[in-house]
Ligand binder design. Structure first.
Ligand code: GN1
Ligand code: MG
Length: 362
């Protein structure tokens, strides 16, 4: 369907004049919509293979946005810049479903905002940590339960179930060639399950969390302060450790997520420390001692899960992530494993850094 006619389904304050692809998401297709008015909008075709209940997902997003807006207003901030604004359709819905069954959603584009693909300075990492910490603190009292639109998303027990099924099938015959990589996953299975048991038995609490805290999911202003967190498709009830771990996976990587040159990839301790400080500056008042104790571990956990997910998708024949070529998911696997190894090598020091940072804010 023609993009401009999709745009006409939404309550944009002015007439759409141009629609262009935007960003590097692996899951949805994102476009920027310019209008003849002063505002621009983001339009997304949601991946309905992955998000099987888009109406429930959009409902989660609206709940979280409204909650954050109220908080921003209460502290005298600008709710149009410090929170996402979902744009409803002409018939008042949070999404539009076209004749082919595709789901579309839109939100206001926040002007003069900046996104980064990497955290090159500790200052930026500190602000990023502050941003996610603030997000978590603002949604901490959101009582309405969010719909579980991605069951088992960061649940390693669920991921192992998928993993075992894909390996048993080996649908495209790639398994034999990646025996070493499979060994990386298997040798850490028990360690990861042991951590997840703490979430399952309630030792680590469940909160409203973002679940995709890569640096490019945060909007910064021109001064380098965080405006707001974007890409709310994955807001769910889970452990907030996932948000910390996923941010560390992205912020501290000295290389690219899929770096073809593994020598570029390592965990940068200075960036880790800055992010941890920024994050704890906002969350120290509500995190439990056990959550703080496992912050450094969460970086291992989420990076491991990402190695598993990329490798599983490779073995499965590239069904989940968008890929550049047939080798892309394997390249991602190797780069993320390099990062995991670097995290493991520096793990004791990471625990010390967290301990010190937490003590400083208490
Ligand atoms: C996906 O859509 P995007 O690029 O923000 C994925 C994350 C992964 C990430 C890897 C719904 O996020 O979980 O960590 O790619 N999102 C979903 O970069 O699976
Ligand atoms: Mg994203």
């Amino acid at each position: 369907m023609e993009l401009l006619s999709i745009c006409r389904q939404f309550q944009f304050g002015a007439t759409p004049t141009e629609v262009k692809p935007l960003g590097e998401g692996f899951i949805n297709d994102t476009f920027i919509v310019h209008t003849d008015g002063t505002d621009s909008y983001l339009l997304q075709r949601k991946n309905r293979k992955i998000f099987t209940d888009v109406p429930a997902m959009m409902n989660n997003i609206a709940l979280v946005c409204d909650h954050i807006k109220a908080k921003v207003v209460a502290k005298g901030g600008d709710p149009m810049r410090e929170a996402l604004t979902v744009t409803p359709t002409v018939d008042g819905k949070l999404y539009y479903q076209d004749e082919e069954g595709e789901y579309w959603a839109a939100c206001l584009f926040i002007k003069d905002s900046i996104t980064y693909q990497a955290a090159r300075t500790p200052e930026l990492a500190f602000q990023g940590g502050k941003g996610i910490g603030l997000f978590q603190s603002m949604v901490a009292d959101l009582k309405a339960p969010l719909a579980d639109i991605l069951p088992g998303f960061h649940n390693i027990r669920y991921r192992f179930k998928q993993w075992d099924e894909v390996l048993a099938k080996d649908p495209v015959g790639r398994k034999a060639a990646v025996a070493t990589e499979i060994g990386w996953i298997e040798s850490r299975r028990e360690e990861m399950l042991k951590f997840w048991e703490l979430v399952e038995n309630g030792t680590i609490p469940t909160r409203v969390t973002h679940n995709d805290t890569k640096i490019n999911n945060i909007l910064f202003d021109q001064k380098g302060d965080v405006l707001c967190v974007i890409d709310l498709d994955t807001v769910l009830n889970s452990t907030c450790l996932n948000d910390f771990g996923d941010a560390i996976r992205s912020y501290t990587n000295t290389g690219l997520e899929d770096d073809p040159n593994l020598e570029n990839v390592s965990m940068n301790m200075e960036i880790f420390e800055a992010y941890a400080k920024g994050y704890l500056s906002q969350t120290i008042s509500f995190l439990t001692p056990t959550e703080i104790e496992y912050l450094a571990f969460s970086a291992k956990y989420i990076t491991y899960e990402q190695v598993l997910r990329f490798l599983m998708d490779y073995i499965d024949g590239d069904n989940y992530y968008k890929v550049k070529d047939a080798n892309h998911n394997l390249q991602r696997t190797l780069a993320q494993y390099q990062l995991l190894s670097s995290i493991e090598a520096q793990y004791a020091q990471m625990c010390e850094v967290v301990k010190k940072a937490a003590a400083a804010y208490r």
